[in-house]
Design a protein around this ligand. Structure first.
Ligand SMILES: [Zn+2]
Length: 267
């Protein structure tokens, strides 16, 4: 079974994880830009990070025959440092020109502040100019409120919903995300967010169109094999190989193909 995990923070993982993912069928990943724990205090640390995820990680993945793509953005949490955010947003389009950058992301709400809303609006415009799709993070607290406000902004600025992933959905947000016309991401974590069982429950209830599963494997409690674990759960429930392939391979390809930058194996 070929797997495309559309949301992995590989900068936080050891090389052994790439090997395990390759052994479990993962052939492609997208690494969105996020926050690294310690608050960044200068623009240059963003630029080095953008370099890292668009070059070094791509090579590390290639050693295990995994196609590594990335998304670049000022993440929701660090969007609240307005002078720093504005400085980075002025320079950011340089990285959006790179051949392996397939989206702007992750943008969205964290604390649901006005500075975060402004950052979403600005980066939707930047995405439009760069002709790239967008990955949207939904907040950990007040998730439904944050999701609804994000959808409102997407509609208000007229960004095409078919070029957006609303990510980290749960049972609470999925109906709103479906109704928005956006693609719907589901992050499967060992502790918080969704378990494989809960993610598959959502697929059973809401169908497979525009649905995506990811591990978001990062520096917190997380597991880079969560998509393969969800595949096993789908098989247990009686989904066919064709249906599973649609969710874990064809759907992410269909979405990120909109960037025009997927490699020959994924077109
Ligand atoms: Zn993330």
């Amino acid at each position: 079974m070929k797997i495309f995990d559309p949301h992995c923070h590989m900068i936080s993982r050891v090389t052994d994880d790439y090997e395990k993912m390759a052994l479990a069928g993962v052939r492609a990943v997208v690494e969105p830009a996020f926050w690294l724990g310690e608050r960044r205090k200068r623009a240059g640390t963003f630029y080095d990070y953008f370099d890292h995820i668009t070059t070094f990680e791509r090579q590390r993945a290639a050693n295990y025959l995994i196609d590594h793509y990335s998304a670049v953005a000022v993440n929701p949490r660090e969007s609240n440092d307005v002078p720093l955010r504005d400085e980075v947003l002025r320079e950011m389009p340089r990285w959006l020109d790179r051949a392996s950058v397939v989206a702007v992301g992750e943008i969205g709400f964290d604390d649901i502040t006005e500075a975060e809303a402004e950052s979403i609006r600005r980066q939707l415009e930047i995405s439009r100019d760069a002709r790239l799709p967008v990955i949207v993070h939904t907040p950990h607290v007040e998730k439904l409120k944050g999701t609804l406000k994000t959808i409102e902004i997407i509609h208000k600025v007229g960004f095409p919903p078919e070029r957006v992933i609303i990510d980290h959905n749960t049972e609470e947000t999925i109906q709103a995300a479906r109704d928005s016309g956006c693609w719907c991401g589901h992050t499967i974590y060992p502790v918080t967010k969704l378990s494989p069982e809960r993610a598959v429950n959502i697929l059973e209830k809401h169908g497979l169109d525009r649905m995506l599963l990811n591990s978001s494997c990062d520096w917190g409690p997380s597991d880079p094999l969560m998509v393969p674990r969800a595949v096993l759960e789908m098989r247990r429930r009686g989904f066919t190989d064709e249906e599973i392939t649609k969710v874990v391979w064809e759907n992410p390809i269909a979405f990120f193909r909109q960037s025009g930058r997927l490699g020959p194996a994924l077109r």
